[in-house]
Design a protein around this ligand. Structure first.
Ligand SMILES: *Cc1c(COP(=O)(O)O)cnc(C)c1O
Length: 374
């Protein structure tokens, strides 16, 4: 092997990010330890105000995780058993999980083969009189076709919840992902584009009534201390985790640009590797934060093994579409989603993070090229 290098390549390098932000993050955490308000401390409101300003959304409500954000959003919209909620089967399980948890029925719409996002041209056919909401997923960091989804939803009077867990920081026609629909939900899971050091998430909306309902649901449905006006849950984000995200905002602008640069460079370098490998498309009117840099290829397992042997970690997002998952197949009898099923067999994600330097990226691309051409 001629490109052998001693350093381990990280799939997501959170340690390099911490080294760059150590002083501000340590200081932020220390301040929480000193004031001792670990639940709903001042950092919670500070983060919500900063993220609302950043995205342009009137309201930001932090919560315990991205999953919780989706769940609270559906609860705030009063989704009930028997309701139908449309989403794609090619996403992280949480997107469909929250629908099923509320007793509603997930109705799947297949994705576009070149972006892996919801195919809006198929959306109209999936709408029924029971449809109450649509959850487009901005997968891998690129916003879905939100204008088309919003227009169809408006025609039928249904809400749109953008699952922006992977796309926080991306733009769609100049507007921030998570502020593109009725409610936008994101996740601060450590490896997401904006992450904390545990679990965390947030909802964004311009609808004051929905914001107030979501805030109450987040704290056991309480409108005043020990007065529970609705059914809620314990869905708060810890003060310390809010402090970490506040620290990370210090270079988030740079990270967004850096992610775009690294992603574009991958796409350029991989555009002509081999007929057996295809890059995904980035639409002209939007940007991606590349939560994952994902390609399509044949012989995925063989290529993954070759890369692993060369010290290059890869991952598959996601190997089984939701309508084929053991716990979900029963709710999707006879459902066929050919694009998602094919993508599940072909997608592979490469190391991707803002501190990925060009030499390491060149090494990844060279090894990938060698493996594909083998
Ligand atoms: C990560 C993720 C979630 C869930 O977020 P958590 O914070 O892990 O609960 C939901 N949807 C998508 C698309 C995700 O990638």
């Amino acid at each position: 092997m001629n490109t052998a290098a001693p350093v381990n390549i990280e799939f997501v390098d959170l340690k390099a990010q911490y080294r760059a932000l150590k002083r501000v993050i340590d200081g932020r955490i220390q301040r929480v330890l000193d004031h001792g308000q670990f639940i709903m401390g001042p950092e919670v409101g500070e983060l919500e105000a900063k993220l609302a300003t950043l995205t342009g959304a009137k309201h930001c409500i932090t919560c315990a995780s991205g999953t919780e954000a989706l769940l609270i959003a559906l609860m705030a919209l009063d989704i009930k058993p028997g309701d139908e909620v449309i989403t794609t089967p090619f996403t992280f399980i949480a997107t469909a999980e929250v629908i099923v948890l509320l007793g509603a029925k997930p109705v799947y719409v297949d994705v576009e083969p070149d972006t892996c996002n919801l195919d809006a041209s198929r959306l109209g056919a999936a709408i029924t009189p029971r449809t109450r909401a649509i959850i487009p997923v901005s997968l891998y960091g690129q916003p879905a076709d939100m204008d088309d989804v919003n227009a169809i939803a408006a025609r039928h009077g249904v809400a749109v919840i953008e699952d922006a867990a992977q796309s926080f920081g991306a733009r769609y026609k100049g507007c921030w992902s998570a502020n593109l629909s009725t409610i936008g939900c994101t996740s601060f899971f450590p490896s997401k584009p904006l992450g904390c050091y545990g679990d965390g998430g947030a909802m964004f909306t311009n609808d004051e009534r929905l914001a107030n309902v979501a805030r109450e649901i987040r704290i056991h449905g309480q409108s005043k201390r020990y007065v529970h006006t609705r059914i809620g849950l314990g869905g708060r984000m810890d003060t310390i985790q809010c402090a970490v995200v506040l620290g990370k905002l210090e270079r988030f602008g740079w990270e967004i640009e850096q992610r775009a640069r690294v992603g574009a460079r991958y796409s350029r370098l991989l555009s002509e590797v081999a007929p057996g490998l295809q890059t995904l498309a980035l639409r002209q009117d939007r940007t991606s934060v590349y939560a994952q840099y994902t390609v399509r290829l044949r012989e995925r397992e063989r290529v993954q093994r070759a890369l692993q042997a060369a010290g290059i970690p890869t991952a598959v997002h996601y190997p089984i579409p939701i309508h084929r998952q053991p716990a979900y197949a029963r709710l999707a009898e006879g459902v066929s989603m050919p694009v998602s099923e094919r993508l599940a067999e072909e997608v592979m994600s490469l190391p991707m993070h803002p501190d990925l330097d060009t030499a390491t990226q060149d090494r990844i691309v060279a090894q990938l090229r060698a493996a594909v051409l083998q």
